[in-house]
Design a protein around this ligand. Structure first.
Ligand code: ADP
Length: 536
């Protein structure tokens, strides 16, 4: 950019961006976009399914994440390609709406785009391809409705919910104790679910973790877990019928904020100072006791003298409780966060039936468990694991399973996994294409082929021969009229997913198809890419 003057001396600004601006038009633009998006989708393809690979991602500050979750991989990859970013958004929206199936949706979108490229090469106009995909996705969803089963559960028997959560956990690091994890997730969801309205508020489920112990030590706590201990080792380890003062003010005498000088030259002066200080502490403790509190949770620390006094006056206390935990505690126990001792009144205290210090495993790690928090039924899943990466990945996997359980409570329909649903949809779309007389039938056939990408990826990742597996299962589905046949990834010996108990939710699968189709349509509609370069 430069400032120049015309012949009359009037200034104007000259912007030199002509050379730096790049532009792609027409077919070139579509092809470049498809390339960018398929490159991203290809990365995720090897992560799909029970035998899918994990990815290791290192952030700029050296943090390492190992994960199998599509949304997390894409989020941490920091994709810069403008179309690649759309796929990142795609898996995020699947994560937000459904919680599971984030890898599958990107794989599906990637293969739809690959098919679109072949169709473009044949000379079919992008809007006709988009149209065909639209019709095909409707046929596919109708087929899903047809093959879906109502997977009923009762408030006494949650086995069906557990089985579906187990399918989600199959492909994760926690696969080895999936039964236990699935049960924990279902119990957590059921504990906070409103079974009459058929809804679950996931905010009431906190997934917390601490490095140490084994994965098997993961537990469900009906209440809140706070990773802190009582401030004095001799304070009682259990408080029943707790009335909790939640404080953000420190147990310290106030300190002048300006510089000051204090001359203490006699014993009397020193003694009076000490007395005044002790009175401060005494008053604070008294104010807490007066309000009726029998436990103090403090955001700040307090020195040894205050600690001793609290112990002496039989007022158990916990110090350095984090801000977020303090807020959760206030919400769960119905208490108020109090910023000054003077403001402490009985109605601001949080109530819980018990607060206890528990030790986990064989280590000296202790945590506080707040149970029976009145009206709100919040629960905490406390994850244990050998290292931080393991704990983090377990938390992510449990999130997926919790979402699946919630989806099933909302809508109890399921479809069968292992590629069975995709193969069934592909057959249905192919059949429907025969009755379409316009150019769109090519796009519909492309859509059907794209659906095959999921079973192909599942077979490939399990070390099976992908094309052979797919053709065999597909021909059997047609011959036996059995839409439950899928890829036997774990080589159990049967392709029937009903026997293998591999289920996915109907809403999740439908959402995958609809989201993938709409993103692909959006990408195909772009025929001009103008990238503005850096200004000089
Ligand atoms: P996403 O993030 O999309 O959920 P996953 O890596 O969890 O991806 O893989 C899910 C896919 O794996 C689904 O298509 C599901 O049907 C399939 N799957 C899970 N468990 C099995 C199994 N035991 N046998 C065959 N397929 C399975």
């Amino acid at each position: 950019m430069s400032l120049v003057f015309d012949e009359f001396g009037r200034p104007y600004i000259l912007v030199k961006d002509q050379n730096t601006r790049s532009r792609l038009k027409g077919l070139d633009a579509q092809k470049a976009n498809i390339k960018g998006a398929t490159a991203v989708a290809r990365i995720l393809r090897s992560s799909l399914g029970p035998k899918g690979m994990d990815k290791m991602l290192q952030s700029p500050d050296g943090d390492v994440t190992i994960t199998n979750d599509g949304a997390t991989i894409l989020e941490q990859m920091e994709v810069t390609h403008q179309i690649g970013k759309l796929l990142v958004e795609l898996s995020k929206s699947q994560d937000m709406e459904i919680g599971d199936g984030t890898t599958g949706v990107v794989v599906m979108a990637g293969s739809l785009l690959e098919q679109a490229e072949t169709l473009l090469d044949k000379g079919i106009h992008p809007s006709r391809i988009a149209e065909g995909y639209d019709i095909a996705s409707k046929v596919a969803c109708e087929h899903l409705d047809k093959i879906a089963k109502d997977y009923d559960w009762t408030s006494q028997n949650f086995e069906n919910l557990v089985q579906t959560c187990m399918t989600t956990l199959n492909s994760k690091i926690v696969g080895r104790c999936k039964r236990q994890m699935a049960e924990i997730c279902v119990q957590a969801v059921v504990a906070v679910a409103d079974l009459k309205r058929k809804d679950v508020n996931l905010d009431l489920i906190k997934v917390d973790g601490k490095v140490g112990g084994k994965l098997e030590d993961t537990t469900l706590v009906h209440g809140l877990v706070i990773d802190k201990e009582f401030s004095h080792p001799q304070m009682p380890k259990r408080i029943d019928d707790a009335r909790i003062a939640i404080l953000t003010c420190p147990f310290e005498p106030p300190k002048p904020k300006t510089k000051h000088k204090l001359d203490i030259d006699t014993v009397e002066k020193y003694e009076s100072l000490q007395k005044a200080e002790r009175k401060y502490f005494d008053d604070m403790v008294q104010q807490c006791l007066d309000s009726g509190a029998n436990l103090v949770m403090c955001q700040w620390g307090f020195d040894d003298e205050a600690n001793h006094l609290l112990y002496h006056r039989k007022l158990p206390a916990v110090r350095w409780v984090g801000g977020v935990e303090l807020e959760l505690l206030a919400i769960a126990t119905g208490g108020r966060i109090v910023p000054r001792f003077q403001e402490l009144t009985p109605d601001k205290l949080g109530k819980a039936s018990a607060v206890k210090e528990v030790a986990f495993g064989t280590t000296k790690d202790r945590c506080l468990v707040v149970e029976g928090c009145g009206e709100t039924k919040s629960v905490t899943i406390f994850v244990r694991g050998g290292n931080r990466m393991m704990v983090d990945e377990t938390k992510r996997s449990l999130h997926d399973a919790i979402c699946v359980a919630r989806n099933l409570i909302r809508d109890s329909h399921i479809v069968y996994g292992g590629g069975a649903a995709e193969i069934g949809m592909a057959i249905a779309v192919e059949n429907a294409a025969d009755s379409v007389h316009s150019v769109e039938q090519y796009a519909m056939r492309g859509f059907a082929e794209a659906l095959d990408a999921v079973p192909i990826a599942l077979a490939e990742n399990s070390g099976l021969s992908p094309i052979e597996c797919l053709t065999e299962v597909k021909s059997r589905q047609i011959k036996e009229q059995n839409p439950y046949l899928g890829i036997d990834c774990n080589e159990v010996g049967t392709n029937d997913m009903r026997e293998q108990n591999v289920f996915e939710t109907l809403v999740g699968k439908k959402q995958q198809i609809m989201l993938a189709t709409s993103v692909v349509k959006m990408i195909l509609k772009v025929d001009d890419v103008i990238t503005s370069g850096e200004y000089e």
